[in-house]
Design a protein around this ligand. Structure first.
Ligand code: NAP
Length: 227
């Protein structure tokens, strides 16, 4: 029997897939979501009784609303919302259409926060709610550029703070806004400095560290980042 249970949203590839593999390897039971049935996560789940898969799209509330009925309240040690996109290639708020703004904000900000709010009852008192944000969402550390992506992650950070203050703190749930490093995935590209394996090992260490109820901006190496 796994001693810890996680629900990872956005695990079809990249960091979410790597973290699913890493946590299962460390004895967690992981329920991992994908938008459509994919060979990689499906193959991993077929090989391991520690992993099961579900279908969730963070922009479609009807894809996750049922989970609050099918999973036991208080059964999760960790809910991690990893799903994310870069947004339109040009990344410019000067050029962006309303649809491009809506797409990046619904996927990286509104969708993850709605889902977290809806599924927070599944997290046990004293557990952890984590969001995959980015250092690019730091206002203190910004050099500009990548406007659509930065906007969506900075906004995610402030909404995560609100969720912590209004709903998580009172249940001793820590809220972590995590930066995975610059990682070799479809999003990070081949020039990124970290492999998925290096990033998720660090993230798994961060996630196993006991936390007081707080909202923290943490890098994969455990260091605290400026908001
Ligand atoms: N890679 C980096 O260097 C880096 C740096 C900082 C932060 N991050 C953050 O880390 C997270 C994972 O990034 P990654 O590098 O692993 O990216 P990735 O390889 O592009 O994977 C993105 C994941 O998000 C899922 N996703 C996208 N839109 C979704 C939606 N509407 N609903 C549910 N799932 C959705 C994708 O599913 P599909 O396969 O269905 O598209 C995929 O599983 C993201 O939040 C990203 O912003 C990454």
């Amino acid at each position: 029997m796994a001693d810890r249970k996680a629900l990872i949203i956005g695990a079809s590839r990249g960091i979410g897939l790597g973290l699913t593999r890493e946590l299962a390897g460390r004895g967690w039971h992981v329920t991992a979501s994908q938008r459509s049935e994919g060979a990689e996560l499906g193959g991993l789940a077929a090989e391991s009784t520690a992993i099961d898969t579900i279908r969730v799209d963070v922009t479609e509330p009807e894809s996750y609303e049922g989970l609050s009925g099918s999973m036991k309240p208080g059964s999760l040690d960790l809910l991690l919302v990893n799903a994310g996109i870069t947004g339109a290639k040009h990344q410019s708020t000067q050029q962006a259409t309303s649809d491009e703004v809506a797409h990046v904000m619904m996927t990286n900000t509104v969708g993850p926060l709605r889902l977290a709010h809806q599924l927070l009852p599944l997290v046990k008192d004293g557990g952890t709610l984590a969001f995959m944000t980015s250092q690019m969402g730091s206002i203190a550390d910004s050099s500009g550029g990548y406007e659509l992506y930065r906007m969506s992650k900075a906004a995610q950070n402030i909404l995560a703070r609100g969720l912590f203050e209004q709903f998580a703190r009172q249940r001793d749930i820590a809220v972590l806004s995590l930066h995975p490093g610059w990682v070799q995935t479809d999003m990070g590209g081949v020039s990124a400095t970290l492999t998925v394996s290096e990033s998720v090992k660090g993230l798994a260490d961060v996630l196993k560290t006991p936390r007081k109820p707080d909202h923290l901006f943490l890098s994969y190496d455990g260091s605290q980042l400026p908001w």
